[in-house]
Design a protein around this ligand. Sequence first.
Ligand code: PLP
Length: 425
Amino acid sequence: MDVSNWKNKDAAHVWHPFTQVKTEAPPLQVVKAEGSLLFTADGRSYIDCNSSWWVNIHGHGNAHIGKAISEQFQRIDQVIFAGVTHQPAVELATRLTRLLHPSLQKVFFSDNGSTAVEVALKMAMQYFHNRGENRTKIMALNGAYHGDTFGAMSVGERDMFNRPFEPFFFEVNYLPFPEADKEAEILEKAAHAFATGAYLCLILEPLIQGSAGMRIYSVDFLEKLTRLAQENEVLVIYDEVMTAFGRTGKLFAYEHTEVVPDMICLSKGLTGGVLPMGLTVTTNAIFEAFLDDSRVKAFLHGHSFTGNPLACAAANASLDLFQNSETWQSIERISTFYQSNYKRISTLNRVQEIRHLGTIFAVELKAEDGGYFAGVRDEIYHYFLENGCLMRPLGNVLYFNPPYSTTDSQLETMFRTLIAFLERN
Ligand SMILES: *Cc1c(COP(=O)(O)O)cnc(C)c1O
């Protein structure tokens, strides 16, 4: 298919996600991806500053992951996962539970981050139902993002994104985002709520809220809130879909703390960001509440591609890469680069706040109309594209969370573009 023809066919037949097709420029026509670079049909290249929607952690075309997928394809491509098991899934569940805290022992497979969250919510609800306990309330944090399916939307921020669906959401209570000076007040509010015995679960993104604009909160708050919930037998769900697999400088974000959730949701970087897969990992105690002579107490949930062997093989290969010191050195190198270049930006006029955690670097701009629909968003996006960087701002927040393969010279290009943008009027 020739290139112009291909573009027209895209416009004729493809409905792109998160896109106002009427006003946005046509999509980039990517023909090749390698390392941290994307190459387009018009002969240009772009640094993949946000790891292709936060998923691609080791860089594109990683040879070790590619080999694992292709070898797995020769053995088993796809097979039903009810009544059947296979080696790549067993290996993945075994390796992950060894890497997680010893209390997290049971792995449930699904297909993406939203379903990993749906599964966690359904498990929490059915856990109490199976035990004959009447708990109906759910607690989440303001600004949360947990995905785009109904359960995930219900526990997320109620904003312009999901207004048409709001009448159909189930009831959820929210705690304010824990700004440093509000922590004590919020914890007190949570303590009162949890003491009622009505709450079944607390769900949150640990330490950093992604879609809300890479908003960071304290380890101390996360530990205290988690303990408050667990003391009242409220199940704690950490949505680590964005934060796991090195993003925050550790394999899992909860490792920055002294607490452990009852459930953890994984996706995005799980397969190295190469194939879709979601996992919900939980405790033996929760698992055991589903064991019974009757089938109705079982967790009657599954997806066609649950435990897909190719995705499992990719995830196992990605875990291999975390056994190499080079992966951790790259994570450290990116974090150090941010640290040593911070000052070049902090004094610039347009900067409201700079946030940095592991391989994530975010700059919030002063903007009269803040938030996702800020007018400045399009200006930023196109400026970065013109300068060879694919970076999708979150409203007035510019951020980098690149693949760990990103070189110092690519980081320098990203920062130079950022500074040049911030120095414009
Ligand atoms: C992206 C994301 C999700 C949703 O994952 P999808 O694979 O896009 O469905 C859920 N939670 C968090 C924290 C995320 O960043």
